[in-house]
Design a protein around this ligand. Structure first.
Ligand code: URA
Length: 235
């Protein structure tokens, strides 16, 4: 990017004024005063205006990913397992908002907007998190009520949840559960606490967002309205 555009996109001033700054000897690149207004900034260059480092604001991107099983919700993994970041176009570096277990599928927001990500993950923000779950055995109405009321999952009693028993066969039950917290492996621990280990787990909703018809492993950009909604929800 040409130096005047680089300075302008950092929000310092216009391109024309940036040319004037260069002419006045107020711009340095890698410690040396810049004399050529046609300079193209290269990756790794350190640009300073009046001794203060400037850099263009990074474009913010927001994706909704349908995470498949067998992917780690992280930007790196010591064991070299597949990463959710590999499923998002690499126009800019993004990171996951919150965590889904290695074998959990479903809705995951990926962004480079650190402020929004931190706000969304803050425990004070009680977003509905909706999961479709298949568990071992037949869950009774009483067990579902226990989950709804709040259950001890090992040193922590969950807050009220909603559980819908959808169907069952001889060995397993399919249910929807909506929780408002995000303890580590919470849904798995909740069903285990009533004697029904989770066989499959998929997050289908987060706040107003839902996974819809997005195929496993696919992502889509959030619409400006969806981003605005998220920002409003954490404000
Ligand atoms: N609860 C779990 O147990 N696992 C997840 O991945 C998300 C919620």
């Amino acid at each position: 990017m040409r130096i005047n555009q680089y300075i302008a996109s950092a929000g310092i001033t216009s391109r024309r004024k940036a040319d004037e700054l260069i002419e006045d000897g107020r711009v340095k690149v890698n410690g040396a005063v810049l004399t050529s207004p046609g300079y193209h900034v290269e990756e790794g260059d350190i640009v300073e205006v009046d001794g203060v480092r400037v850099a263009p604001a990074e474009k913010k991107v927001y994706y909704l990913l349908n995470k498949p099983a067998g992917y780690v919700t992280s930007t790196a993994d010591k064991e070299g397992r597949p990463l959710v970041t590999e499923l998002v176009p690499d126009e800019v570096r993004v990171f996951p908002v919150g965590r889904l277990d290695y074998n959990t599928t479903g809705l995951l927001i990926m962004t480079n907007d650190g402020d929004l990500a931190n706000a969304l993950m803050h425990p004070s923000k009680e977003f509905n998190k909706k999961y479709l779950v298949r568990v071992q055995g037949i869950v009774t109405r009483d067990e579902a009520k226990k989950l709804e009321k709040g259950i001890d999952i090992g040193g922590f009693v969950t807050s009220p949840a909603e559980v819908n028993l959808l169907k069952h066969d001889r060995n397993s039950t399919v249910a929807e559960i909506t929780i408002h917290e995000g303890k580590n492996r919470q849904v798995r621990r909740m069903f285990k606490a009533v004697g029904h280990p989770v066989l499959e787990l998929c997050r289908i909703g987060l706040g107003d967002l839902s996974i819809g018809k997005l195929a496993l492993g696919q992502c889509r950009k959030l619409s400006p309205a969806e981003v605005e909604n998220l920002k409003r929800a954490v404000r």
